[in-house]
Design a protein around this ligand. Structure first.
Ligand SMILES: [Zn+2]
Length: 184
């Protein structure tokens, strides 16, 4: 089983991933809503690169991911960046990079992927589903994306989950699965 470097890190067992996710969720519960002081301290450890990425300047895990340390808890910096910027807990989802830069914590370069995507390359998915598009409510989906959404919906994934994974609105997912757009 292989997984994108930018999605889950290497090497990493499934168990490790679950442990991390649990810790991150606990951390979210403890610190949410994040204070301005908390956020400012986090962002002060970053630096904008020439490529547009916002790179973590503190400790970096051997896997290449930035590591933020909070009261003896260690958390992947990009995961915390996602929590802070979106005010939401990714739960059991992975926070993936559209830019393929594991040190990057730029919110618009981060998107969510699921365990069920483990045979897929999350980085490639990110290039298809630019998170910035979703922020403007006009994310572009390819015909392939649309058929994937329909088949995953038919296999039991919820519209909410699909809207998160594909970074588009619930309404857009609803229109797609109800065949109100992309007639083919
Ligand atoms: Zn980036």
């Amino acid at each position: 089983m292989t997984r994108s470097r930018a999605c889950a890190g290497l090497p990493n067992t499934k168990r490790d991933d679950i442990m991390r996710a649990m810790k991150a969720s606990d951390l979210f519960k403890t610190y949410y809503p994040f204070s301005d002081k908390f956020k400012n301290r986090f962002w002060s450890n970053t630096k904008r690169s020439g490529s547009g990425c916002l790179e973590w300047q503190k400790f970096v895990y051997p896997s290449g991911y930035g590591a933020a340390s909070i009261n003896k808890h260690s958390i992947r910096a990009h995961r915390l960046a996602y929590m802070i910027s979106r005010n939401s807990d990714p739960g059991d989802l992975f926070v993936c990079h559209s830019c393929d830069n594991p040190k990057c914590v730029e919110p618009s370069h981060l998107f969510l992927g699921t365990h069920t995507d483990n045979r897929r390359d999350c980085a490639a998915k990110g290039r298809t589903h630019r998170p910035i598009g979703a922020l403007h409510g006009m994310a572009k989906l390819t015909a392939d994306n649309v058929s994937e959404i329909r088949s995953r919906y038919a296999s039991g994934e919820t519209q909410l989950r699909l809207s998160i994974v594909f970074n588009v609105s619930n309404q857009q997912i609803s229109r797609i699965v109800n065949f109100k757009t992309w007639r083919d």
